[in-house]
Design a binder for this molecule. Structure first.
Ligand code: NAD
Ligand code: IPM
Ligand code: MN
Length: 364
């Protein structure tokens, strides 16, 4: 039997609650398949760890994570530890150290999911955001001059390297080509007169190698407006680190909410482990009450299965999520229900078990 070694970092706030449900789902699928199993190793890193040991993760944490095939993470950040410390010393550190330069975030309105936009349904909202994930506005470079003085100046630099920009754009073209979809680049060349001019130039340059992919280019402000007014025009989307961060929360809002928004941080070369995590944060306002929606984390688990080569099971999870949304009996409060986090996870497990039973019967 094949064993997949997965590192689990539940993290802060609702992180542990939602990850618990994702692990349940992954174990269920493995147990029904019989040919593979998961070996989960949990790391207690996060803000509580920081309070106790003065650091977000162990000093050799990155080294230890290298031995895993993938990382499954809940959320990082909680009041009490400054966000820029907690995030830079754990989540962003992993994304960067493992060169997870592709952040894949599906903005797909599943059937049964609530949408605040009138006259749009699941056929109209089906985008795949491909966000640059290791540099750009998140380069972490800057300076603080004359601190505390009258002439204080703070610099936050963006870094767009040719290598970093070209590879994310190329990745997006490959996805669009494979899926037969259009590719939209979202940038801001009118105001950001170095970084985004460079981005636009590379988008055009790489595009020449993909003449069959139909492309569009929007300024980020207009793109935000169009995602609400006419979401159908976006299929595969490629954008920078910060724009991708902001637009995928916006996307989540029109596709069922943050409780349904999943993401994968991929190192395409597979030199390092990739990491799977919901888009949402630690939600301190509802943490520890079993009010959080685990579906985003469960959807991320389906991306993890895709990554390991079990696309058929990735689909089984999405089908179960959609069934749950359509039936509407077992949902968390953010989706208008009154079920708990673990009741939703249990229900997904049951749906998966009965769907896989049907698949098995059909095969025999
Ligand atoms: P958040 O995503 O944690 O919460 C925003 C709102 O959405 C809250 O009202 C919350 O209750 C709700 N929400 C989020 N996920 C939900 C879920 N699964 N089910 C039901 N409701 C959900 O964003 P925030 O409040 O701005 O950030 C809180 C902390 O999380 C901060 O420290 C922030 O830096 C961090 N954060 C971490 C990540 C990550 O680890 N990937 C992502 C975003 C924010
Ligand atoms: C996300 C989060 C992170 C980001 C934060 C917590 C650093 O918002 O994963 O969307 O900006 O990438
Ligand atoms: Mn975000």
């Amino acid at each position: 039997m094949k064993t997949h070694k997965i590192a689990v970092i539940p993290g802060d706030g609702i992180g542990p609650e939602v990850i618990n449900e994702g692990v349940k789902v992954l174990n269920k699928i493995a147990s029904l398949d019989h040919t593979f199993q998961f070996e989960f190793t949990s790391f207690p890193w996060g803000c509580e760890y920081y309070a106790r040991y003065g650091k977000m993760m162990d000093d050799d944490g990155i080294e230890r994570l290298k031995e895993f095939e993938a990382i499954y993470l809940g959320a990082v950040g909680f009041p009490g530890v400054p966000d820029h410390i907690s995030l830079w010393d754990l989540l962003l550190k992993i994304r960067k150290s493992f060169d997870q330069y592709v952040n894949i975030r599906p903005i797909t309105l599943l059937k049964g999911a609530p949408c605040p936009l009138v006259n749009f349904n699941s056929e109209d909202i089906n985008m795949l955001f491909i966000r640059e994930n290791t540099e750009g506005e998140y380069a972490g470079a800057g300076d603080w001059l004359y601190r505390g003085k009258e002439n204080e100046v703070v610099l936050q630099n963006s870094v767009f390297s040719r290598k970093g920009t070209e590879r994310i754009i190329r990745y997006a073209f490959e996805v669009a080509l494979k899926q037969g979809k259009t590719l939209t680049s979202i940038s801001k060349g009118n105001a950001l007169n170095y970084s985004m001019v460079f981005w636009d130039q590379l988008f055009e340059e790489v595009g020449k190698e993909y003449p069959s992919v139909k492309t569009y280019s929007y300024l980020v402000d207009a793109a935000a407006m169009l995602m609400i007014k006419d979401p159908k025009r976006f299929e595969v989307v490629v954008t920078s680190n910060l724009f991708g961060d902001i637009l995928t929360d916006l996307g989540a809002a029109i596709a069922g909410g943050l409780g349904l928004a999943a993401g994968a941080n991929i190192n395409p070369e597979r030199v390092y482990p990739s990491m799977f995590e919901p888009i949402h944060g630690s939600a301190p306002d509802i943490a520890g009450k079993q009010l959080s929606n685990p579906l985003a984390a469960i959807w991320s688990a389906s991306q993890l299965l895709d990554h390991l080569g079990y696309e058929q099971y990735g689909k089984v999870i999405l089908t179960a999520i959609e069934q749950l949304l359509i039936e509407k009996n077992v949902l968390t409060p953010d989706l208008g229900g009154s079920s708990s986090t673990s009741e939703v996870g249990d229900c997904i497990v049951e749906l998966i078990a009965s769907n896989m039973n049907v698949l098995q019967t059909q095969k025999n």
